[in-house]
Write a protein of this length. Structure first.
Length: 94
């Protein structure tokens, strides 16, 4: 049965804390839902979230891995570093 909030996405991993859940989907988007107490689900505000919702604070990031603990969430981001080396007299900038 499809889960509302995850329609059209392929789930890579799911994790559950005491009162919240996380879902990592292909492409690196992170969804969460559950209790708002302590900001666990990452959506701000004080309202519980009953269906998976994309964590907008990470909308421009690629999440490689995630984990939910008793009262917190952890995630690992993919960081792409682009450097260019340009000679400028005897100094280089990057």
């Amino acid at each position: 049965m499809p889960v509302r909030g995850l329609a059209g996405v392929r789930v890579s991993a799911v994790a559950a804390g005491a009162c919240h859940s996380l879902c990592l989907v292909e492409g690196g988007a992170l969804f969460s839902w559950g209790s708002a107490a302590g900001g666990r689900h990452g959506h701000g505000g004080g309202s519980d979230v009953v269906e998976p919702r994309r964590v907008e604070a990470l909308a421009h990031e690629v999440v490689a891995a995630m984990s939910a603990a008793l009262f917190l969430s952890l995630f690992l981001l993919v960081i792409i570093v682009r450097r260019s080396w340009l000679p400028c007299r005897r100094h280089y900038s990057y």
